[in-house]
Design a protein around this ligand. Structure first.
Ligand code: ZN
Length: 120
C-alpha cells in the first residue's frame, strides 16, 4: 500500500496559457485553524498567508460579486468567519468552504497570490 498525495494535484504539466504570469502554482496548502490563516507555498518559493476573513470577504462567486456591486457586505462578520475546507479544483484554483456555509467560490491561484501579496 503506497499512496502518494500531491497537494497541488498537478505534477507540473503546465500547458501554454495555463500558468498565471508569475507561475503561481501551489506546492503546499495548509489551513491553520487556530490562527485562522490559510498558508500557501508556491512553486517559485514564495509563501502566502491569507486570513480566513480576508478570503471570505474576497470571494468572487456570482452571489458575492452581486452583493459587492450593490455595495452590501458579502459576509456578516469577517472576524469570526473560519475556513472549513480548501479543495483544489483542477488547475484553476481553490474551492473554499467557510463556516457560514458559503462554499461556492473558486479562488484562482493568481488571485490567491495577489491577496497574499497585499498582506505582507
Ligand atoms: Zn461568494
Amino acid at each position: 500500500m503506497s499512496t502518494r498525495t500531491s497537494p497541488s494535484g498537478h505534477p507540473g504539466e503546465f500547458g501554454p496559457g495555463a500558468a498565471p504570469a508569475r507561475g503561481a502554482f501551489p506546492v503546499a496548502i495548509t489551513n491553520h485553524g487556530a490562527s485562522a490563516v490559510l498558508e500557501i507555498c508556491w512553486t517559485d518559493g514564495g509563501r502566502s498567508l491569507l486570513a480566513h476573513g480576508l478570503l471570505r470577504a474576497s470571494c468572487r462567486c456570482a452571489a458575492c460579486v452581486a452583493l459587492r456591486r450593490a455595495h452590501k457586505p458579502v459576509a456578516e462578520s469577517a472576524a469570526t468567519i473560519r475556513l472549513h475546507h480548501a479543495e483544489p479544483v483542477g488547475e484553476q484554483g481553490l474551492n473554499l468552504v467557510f463556516s457560514d456555509g458559503h462554499g461556492r467560490g473558486i479562488f484562482p491561484w493568481a488571485y490567491l497570490r495577489e491577496l497574499g501579496a497585499e498582506q505582507s
